[in-house]
Design a protein around this ligand. Structure first.
Ligand SMILES: Cc1ncc(COP(=O)(O)O)c(C=O)c1O
Length: 423
């Protein structure tokens, strides 16, 4: 008879036998999996035979989530990561090393831009940032020196610039580069880059895939051979997705289509309403005819998605007053949720950028980014109306002629330089 401790450990870690298939994927909250014998364990660890050994190398719940993302993206294989940034960093460092070149869109999420622009440059990677809406500039950068990777966001954060992915992928391939597309803003419901030739798609599942702002997760999907390289780098760097997080993403994916339809319908109506409002200098929504890449979006996308941006004529001061007057949208830094989020990118998601870099990325001081949630449209319109009134009050007495193009902060500005680094 074993001692109490031995019996307790055995008793508490004996999985139940389940002959029926559960309707939800179970959470395999286990760091380790035991093999029948030493040889089997050696084979499983070395990927010579399928199975699980250690959850950084593979876990059933994480694999189920990654397989679901790969299926939605139309890819052969997928892997899950602890966050979108873990997915992006692991992918890029699996593909490039010192002396290699990346050509990247200059309209990128701030942390991605700093990973490529400062992080990889520090390790000797040659980087060229280009305007993704200018195929000639993209081609010139690809032709200048062979690049290993061309990197672009389907819908750029925060400007909603839409990339003509098939055209850019064709250019990348013509010059021997792999095309990596961040599809976070679109989600695979709106667009699937792999079906348009992209080699890899990266996605922050913290956003639309998870959908409820209660999980951090990231995925990469693509062809099996490329994905094996990424898997090896993930095992070394360890940005592994947690099983419970994988479960939350799986649950989010089940309702992705219905959520994305409602997000898009509300976003389109809100964008159209904003276009007619005083004090709004510009509205950017891929589903509006006025969007600079409306034709590309109409050709490629199922809907305009859930993200829109707009510029307040009053600049930074108006932006702050607008956000402070809101009662429904939450003041936070994320997107892709049942909750509507309104952010001021120059002081949040793009805070790593200098004023000059912001201007180069097309981000005006009064730009606000809206991730449209599932609340009722009428309530959001009423709240935004109050926001616009507050923005007008904040600006009228002090800067009657303030315009969207000025880089000068408004009177109520938080003009302190944006902190760099942290996500
Ligand atoms: C376009 C885009 N890609 C990647 C990320 C990073 O995702 P995560 O916060 O899950 O690391 C974000 C985050 O906002 C994003 O907007």
């Amino acid at each position: 008879m074993s001692g109490f401790s031995t019996r307790a450990i055995r008793a508490a870690s004996t999985p139940p036998r389940v002959d029926e298939i559960p309707t939800a994927v179970p959470i395999y909250q286990s760091a380790t999996f035991q093999a029948a014998d030493a040889e089997t364990l050696a084979d499983v660890i070395a990927f010579r035979r399928p199975g699980f050994s250690y959850s950084r190398l593979g876990n059933p719940t994480i694999e189920a989530a990654a397989a679901a993302v790969a299926e939605l993206e139309g890819a052969e294989a997928g892997y899950g990561f602890a966050s979108g940034m873990a997915a992006i960093f692991t992918t890029l460092t699996a593909l490039v090393g010192a002396g290699d070149r990346i050509v990247a869109s200059r309209a990128l999420y701030g942390s991605t831009q700093s990973v490529i622009g400062s992080g990889l440059r520090r390790f000797g990677v040659d980087v060229a940032f280009v305007d993704p809406t200018d195929p000639e500039a993209v081609e010139a950068a690809l032709a200048e020196r062979p690049a290993r990777v061309f990197y672009v966001e389907t819908i750029a954060n925060p400007t909603t610039i839409v990339a003509d992915v098939p055209r850019l992928v064709e250019l990348a391939h013509r010059y021997g580069a792999l095309a990596v597309v961040d599809n976070t803003f679109a989600s695979p419901y709106v667009f699937r880059p792999i079906e348009h030739g992209a080699d890899l798609v990266v996605e922050s599942a913290t956003k639309w895939l998870g959908g409820h702002s209660d999980v951090l997760a990231g995925f990469v999907a693509g062809g099996r051979r490329l994905m094996e390289r990424i898997r090896d780098r993930q095992i070394e760097t360890g940005g592994t997705l947690a099983p419970f997080s994988a479960f939350l993403v799986l649950r989010g994916i089940e309702t992705l289509a219905v959520r994305m339809e409602r997000h898009a319908a509300t976003a389109l109506a809100l964008a159209a309403w904003l276009e007619g409002q005083e004090g709004v200098a510009r509205v950017y929504y891929p589903g509006l005819a006025s969007h600079p890449q409306a034709a590309v979006a109409a050709r490629l996308f199922r809907t305009g998605g859930g993200m829109l941006a707009f510029e307040l004529a009053g600049g930074r001061g108006a932006g702050a007053a607008f956000i402070d007057a809101l009662t429904i949208p939450q003041r936070t830094a994320s997107l892709g949720s049942v909750h509507t989020f309104v952010v001021h990118p120059p002081s949040t998601s793009q805070r790593q950028l200098t004023e000059a870099e912001l201007a180069a990325a097309g981000i005006a001081p009064g730009l606000l980014r809206v991730s449209v949630g599932l609340e009722d449209l009428e309530d959001l319109v009423a709240d935004f109306e109050a926001g616009l009134r507050a923005a007008a009050r904040a600006c009228t007495p002090q800067v009657p002629d303030a315009g969207p193009a000025t880089a000068e902060p408004g009177p109520t500005s938080t003009a302190a330089p944006a902190p760099r680094g942290r996500s």
